[in-house]
Design a protein. Structure first.
Length: 300
C-alpha cells in the first residue's frame, strides 16, 4: 500500500455516484423532493394505498373505492400511507484502529468509500443524506440535505473529519461506538436509516443497548470493514509501532481465536435486528456493489 491509500480522494468519492447510479438505471423511480418517494408506517393523506375498509360517518366521499363498493354493495373507502423523504445518516468511524491497512487503503478510507456509495444510493432514491464522523477531537455532524447538494456536503465532511483524525497525535480518548450510535439516533428523524462503517473495535460496554435504542427509532445497517491481514494473518511474530511510538510484537498462530470471536460478534449484532455485511478494504469500491446490495436489501 502506498501513501495515497492513507488519505481520502474527494474526486474518487464523487465519481462513485456513477457506480451507485448504474445499479438503478433500469428502474424508473421518482426523485423529486416532495412528496417523498418512501412510504412510512404512519397513515396520512399520501398517494400510497394502505388499506380498504368499510365507510363510516365522516369519511371523505372522494376516498370511496368503487370496485369494492360495487362488488359488495356496501360503501368502502381507501386509506392512504403518508409519504416523506427518507433520511439516511452516514456514521463514519475514523478512530485510530481504523487507520490501518496492509492492502490498497486504510480501513478508514475504505469506510469513506462504502459510505459514499451508500449516500449516492440514498440520493438516487430521492432521500436526504447527512454525516456523523467520529475519530477527531469532537464528532463532526453534517445535517441531512437532499440530492447532490447533500452528498457534496457529506464528502467535504468526510475529507475534513478524516484529515483531523490523521492529525490527532495525542492519546486523548475518543468516543466508543455505543456513544456514537446514541448521538446518531438523536440526530436522525424516526423512520430513517443509520449506515455505520467501522471495524467494530472498541464498541463500548453498552453497545448492544445502543443498537436496540437505534432500532427502536430507525433502521441500522453496519458495513463491517476488515483488512486482509486481520482475516488471514500468516503465522509468525510481527513487530509493530503505534502512533504514540509504542513498540511491540504480535504473535500470530494457527490457534488464534480472533476470527471465530469476530464472526460470533457479528452474529450477535445481527440477532438484535441490525443488518451486518462485511466489506474487505483491499477490494475496489466499484467491485463491492453486490455487497452494498446485501447491506441495503432490495430497493424501495
Amino acid at each position: 500500500m502506498n501513501d495515497e491509500g492513507t488519505y481520502i480522494d474527494t474526486t474518487a468519492l464523487i465519481m462513485l455516484k456513477h457506480a451507485a447510479t448504474n445499479t438503478r438505471q433500469k428502474r424508473n423511480i421518482r426523485t423529486q423532493s416532495m412528496p417523498g418517494p418512501v412510504a412510512i408506517k404512519r397513515r396520512g393523506r399520501g398517494s400510497e394505498i394502505d388499506d380498504i375498509r368499510l365507510w363510516t360517518y365522516g369519511d371523505d366521499i372522494r376516498t370511496i373505492d368503487r370496485n369494492s363498493t360495487a362488488r359488495t354493495g356496501v360503501p368502502h373507502v381507501k386509506t392512504f400511507r403518508e409519504e416523506r423523504e427518507h433520511t439516511t445518516l452516514l456514521l463514519a468511524d475514523f478512530r485510530p484502529a481504523m487507520q490501518f491497512g496492509t492492502r490498497r487503503v486504510f480501513m478508514s478510507v475504505a469506510a469513506a468509500e462504502i459510505l459514499a456509495l451508500s449516500g449516492w444510493r440514498a440520493t438516487e432514491l430521492g432521500g436526504r443524506v447527512g454525516l456523523l464522523a467520529v475519530g477527531g477531537i469532537e464528532p463532526l455532524l453534517i445535517r441531512a440535505a437532499p440530492s447532490d447538494r447533500g452528498m457534496l456536503a457529506v464528502i467535504s465532511g468526510l475529507l475534513k473529519a478524516h484529515a483531523q483524525s490523521l492529525d490527532l497525535r495525542s492519546a486523548k480518548p475518543v468516543l466508543p461506538l455505543d456513544a456514537s450510535l446514541r448521538i446518531a439516533a438523536k440526530a436522525l428523524p424516526r423512520g430513517g436509516t443509520i449506515v455505520l462503517a467501522s471495524n467494530l473495535d472498541d464498541r463500548g460496554d453498552q453497545f448492544e443497548d445502543a443498537v436496540q435504542l437505534v432500532l427502536h427509532r430507525c433502521d441500522l445497517k453496519i458495513a463491517c470493514i476488515s483488512d486482509a491481514f486481520e482475516r488471514s494473518a500468516p503465522v509468525g511474530i510481527f513487530p509493530f509501532e503505534t502512533r504514540e511510538a509504542v513498540r511491540g510484537v504480535r504473535i500470530v498462530s494457527n490457534q488464534s481465536p480472533v476470527r471465530k470471536k469476530r464472526e460470533a460478534m457479528l452474529r450477535q449484532i445481527e440477532s438484535l435486528g441490525a443488518r451486518v455485511v462485511e466489506f474487505h478494504s483491499e477490494i475496489e469500491p466499484e467491485d463491492q456493489i453486490n455487497s452494498l446490495g446485501r447491506l441495503h436489501g432490495r430497493y424501495n
